[in-house]
Design a protein around this ligand. Sequence first.
Ligand SMILES: *[C@@H]1O[C@H](CO)[C@@H](O)[C@H](O)[C@H]1NC(C)=O
Ligand SMILES: *[C@@H]1O[C@H](CO)[C@@H](O)[C@H](O)[C@H]1NC(C)=O
Ligand SMILES: *[C@@H]1O[C@H](CO)[C@@H](O)[C@H](O)[C@H]1NC(C)=O
Ligand SMILES: *[C@@H]1O[C@H](CO)[C@@H](O)[C@H](O)[C@H]1NC(C)=O
Length: 327
Amino acid sequence: MALDHSVLLLIAIITGSYTSSKVTQVSVKVGSSITIPCVYREEYRNHVKYLCRGFQWSSCTDVVKTNRPDQSGKFSIFDDKSQRVFNMTIGDVTKHDTDYWCIVEKSGTDDGAYFHLSVTDGTPALYVDDQEVQGFLGGDITIRCYHSTSSGEVGWCKLGGTCVKDGWGTIDGRRVSVNSSVPRVFTATLYNVTIQSSGWYLCFKGDLQMPVYVNVTDRPITTTCLSPTTTIESGKISSSSWYLVTLLIPLGLLVFAVIVAVIVWFMLKKHSSSNPQTSAMAQRPSESSQDVTYSSVVIKKPQKAKEVELSNDTVTYSTLKEYKTSS
Ligand SMILES: *[C@@H]1O[C@H](CO)[C@@H](O)[C@H](O)[C@H]1NC(C)=O
Ligand SMILES: *[C@@H]1O[C@H](CO)[C@@H](O)[C@H](O)[C@H]1NC(C)=O
Ligand SMILES: *[C@@H]1O[C@H](CO)[C@@H](O)[C@H](O)[C@H]1NC(C)=O
Ligand SMILES: *[C@@H]1O[C@H](CO)[C@@H](O)[C@H](O)[C@H]1NC(C)=O
């Protein structure tokens, strides 16, 4: 346990247990989270893996183990035994999260590798949009790696495997191209990917790396994949039509009520404006007949009739009734 990490690295290089395509330095923004993968040898498949914080292995603190989860929730660890890779996520990165060791427990001295996080306030010196990239069987996958450093070679590596520098190459028998013609960003394109193309890769620029997990799945064009999407679509349609119905019923009722109200109003308006007398007569026939006869009375006997009216109403009324019956 009391081995300095440089001595360990030297041993690693001599024994050939580590390839150059591994994580040694990653640029991370304060407050973000980062996932770091570490490859291990076949014989360590069923061993406990852990993450240790501190520059010196001898004095580092275990923060999370595959058999002991972190209670704070800042760290998590996952051992992908089929790929011989364990990955650790460090959440809410602070200025103190700079030195770590990914370690495999074994009898005698544990086996591990040091990595450094360059924590920055601004944009990281090398980063990707997403650390997990989705791809389909037989398709091409393009990963964009953004950088701000002007010096250093660019490239794309399979973690623990081969690397492709600027230009063309192959990884696991598949064509890969790295294109750095555009400043501040380079792209890595994996062509005609297979299920074996899935796994951890690294973008690199100078001495910085950025891990990316490529997840290749079957293209969703088979019937088994289409049926759930169509049911989702039909579900969407039915739910939206149901929504429309619930919206249209009260709306339709409202429109109908408004139309009825407008028609009734127009009919009433038409009646009262075109022949108000007939309507008035229809409503109160006795009174109106009196009015008609009264007006004729006024014409026939202008001044005197009024005076007679004022003096004795009953007399005038009796004469009016007589007038009406005669006509
Ligand atoms: C580990 O990587 C896998 C992808 O291989 C990802 O789904 C998972 O969330 C990661 N887990 C941790 C703890 O980093
Ligand atoms: C690199 O990409 C540019 C455009 O982004 C393209 O014009 C050029 O041909 C590409 N080079 C290679 C080697 O693919
Ligand atoms: C893609 O790979 C498959 C084998 O995995 C091969 O049969 C096919 O021809 C390749 N397609 C292209 C366009 O290279
Ligand atoms: C790969 O993608 C599929 C489909 O999105 C998902 O179900 C699966 O969990 C992913 N695998 C990993 C290791 O992240």
